[in-house]
Design a protein around this ligand. Structure first.
Ligand code: DLZ
Length: 158
């Protein structure tokens, strides 16, 4: 999967390629389920709207965002999967849990992408409260799940 000269455009492009044969793994955290289900719906609809086939999209749940790294790795190690989207929502609380979880998942997802040389997308909301989360999961500030899916599509075209 090494990049060769023919994959590199001499002019900037938007990196949107044909994804009709690409396979996607979506990993969804069950914490703050109302939010993460909306993120999933957004990601799914966006992939389909860009030409992905429903039968090429695989989903697995993990208990919480901390587990997204391992879940993402399980998806990424499947050779036929081209890109992985990790979806979660960590709401800031009064404990230091927030920092530990966010740091761990950001680092973990980065490592998985580099290890498998595949797009592994960080679709994790880190809001202060549930309302801010809902606003970014299909509410007034859009849907981070859509953004995560677009990012996966763009990275496949890289
Ligand atoms: C423990 C915990 C807490 C306090 N908050 C969240 C959260 O807001 N969002 C989330 O996705 N997960 C949370 N978790 C669960 C952790 O991600 C993880 O599942 C547990 O610490 C077990 O490893």
């Amino acid at each position: 999967m090494a990049t060769s000269l023919k994959n590199l455009s001499q002019h900037s492009d938007k990196n949107i390629s044909d994804i009709s044969k690409k396979r996607f793994g979506i990993v969804v955290s069950e914490w703050n389920e109302e939010v993460t289900e909306s993120l999933y719906e957004g990601a799914l609809e966006t992939l389909l709207a860009h030409g992905a086939k429903k039968e090429n999209i695989y989903r697995k749940n993990v208990p919480g965002s901390f587990e997204l790294s391992l879940g993402g790795q399980r998806m990424a190690e499947v050779e036929e999967i081209d890109a992985v989207i990790c979806l979660g929502c960590v709401i800031q609380g009064e404990t230091r849990h927030f920092d530990f979880i966010c740091d761990a998942v950001a680092h973990g997802i980065t490592q998985v992408g580099l290890k498998y040389n595949k797009p592994v997308i960080f679709g994790v909301l880190t809001p202060e409260n549930q309302q801010q989360a809902l606003d970014r999961a299909g509410g007034k500030h859009g849907n981070k799940g859509d953004e995560a899916a677009i990012t996966a599509v763009k990275m496949l075209g890289f």
